[in-house]
Design a binder for this molecule. Structure first.
Ligand SMILES: [Zn+2]
Length: 281
């Protein structure tokens, strides 16, 4: 569930708290939270946090220490929260799967009820390769984006969700971006490529507004201090099926595209030829 704006918020809020801190203790208590080929988090003990960045939907914490330069990547999956607390001895949390003690007595904790997230530790190049993600939604050029769409028969909705094509978008922001760009989610990549510039511009507007609002909290997403984001009140199509479109008052519909629930306005986002837009689910 956390997408680019939520992860960017977590990164921005953690950066000031973690930069320069030394990791005194590191443990993953649920071994299935490790991504394949990860080194043990204990190799981070004694290392100092140099930078905190976002790469797609992953949080990337670069550490420098006795074992050289190591990256710690944390992906929040569907329900993950990366929480920061000033004191190490806080009461136990449910679904707490990893913790990093920090110099000064603070602690970073990974809570993830559904465990679709992961922890990955390794040399920077190995971590980058393991993440297997394409250019970021905030940095891909319109030309690169158009090239990635050309010749594809898959619907634009599915292509935007594919992290190898463009990294950072998930179900919420893809639906919001296509609404803003007035593009039907079932449009083929081939056709959508002609409007790549508009789609990308719309995605960036949606993403930057959502970052300003500190992300969207529908259920699980929390900022590192446990508070919620505020973009949920600004969603225009996602989760609004049956309600009136803010532009034209037509009823927002929910259909399945590529097996994902997809929200759109049937009047603002006209179906491409050959797509039966009246199908309801
Ligand atoms: Zn509309």
């Amino acid at each position: 569930m956390p997408e680019l704006p939520e992860v960017e918020t977590v990164v921005r809020e953690l950066r000031g708290k973690l930069s320069g801190a030394v990791i005194t203790r590191a443990a993953v208590t649920a071994p299935d939270m490790y991504r394949r080929d990860s080194r043990d988090v204990a190799t981070l003990e004694g290392a100092r946090v140099a930078t905190v960045e976002r790469i797609g939907k992953a949080i990337l914490i670069r550490c420098e220490g006795p074992a050289g330069e190591l990256d710690l990547a944390v992906h929040l999956g569907m329900t993950g929260r990366l929480l920061w607390t000033a004191r190490e001895q806080e009461p136990a949390l449910a679904h707490l799967h990893a913790r990093w003690g920090l110099s000064g007595g603070a602690e970073l904790r990974l809570v993830d009820p559904r465990r679709f997230g992961y922890v990955l530790v390794g040399a920077p190049d190995a971590v980058r390769a393991n993440l297997a993600i394409g250019p970021d939604a905030l940095s891909i050029t319109p030309e690169e984006f158009a090239r990635a769409l050309r010749g594809r028969r898959a619907p634009i909705k599915a292509l935007l969700l594919d992290q190898r094509i463009v990294a950072g978008l998930g179900n919420i922001y893809v639906d919001e971006s296509l609404f803003l760009a007035r593009v039907h989610p079932s449009t083929s990549g081939e056709r959508a490529a002609r409007r790549a510039r508009e789609i990308l511009a719309a995605a960036r507007r949606v993403l930057s507004r959502a970052i300003e609002a500190r992300g969207t909290t529908l259920r699980d997403y929390r900022r590192p201090d446990g508070s919620t984001g505020e973009f949920q009140i600004k969603l225009r199509v996602y989760g609004r099926e049956g309600e009136g479109c803010i532009r034209c008052r037509a009823r927002i519909r929910r259909i399945e595209v590529g097996q994902r629930g997809t929200h759109f306005c049937p009047r603002c986002q006209r179906a491409p030829r050959g797509v039966n837009a009246s199908r309801r689910t």
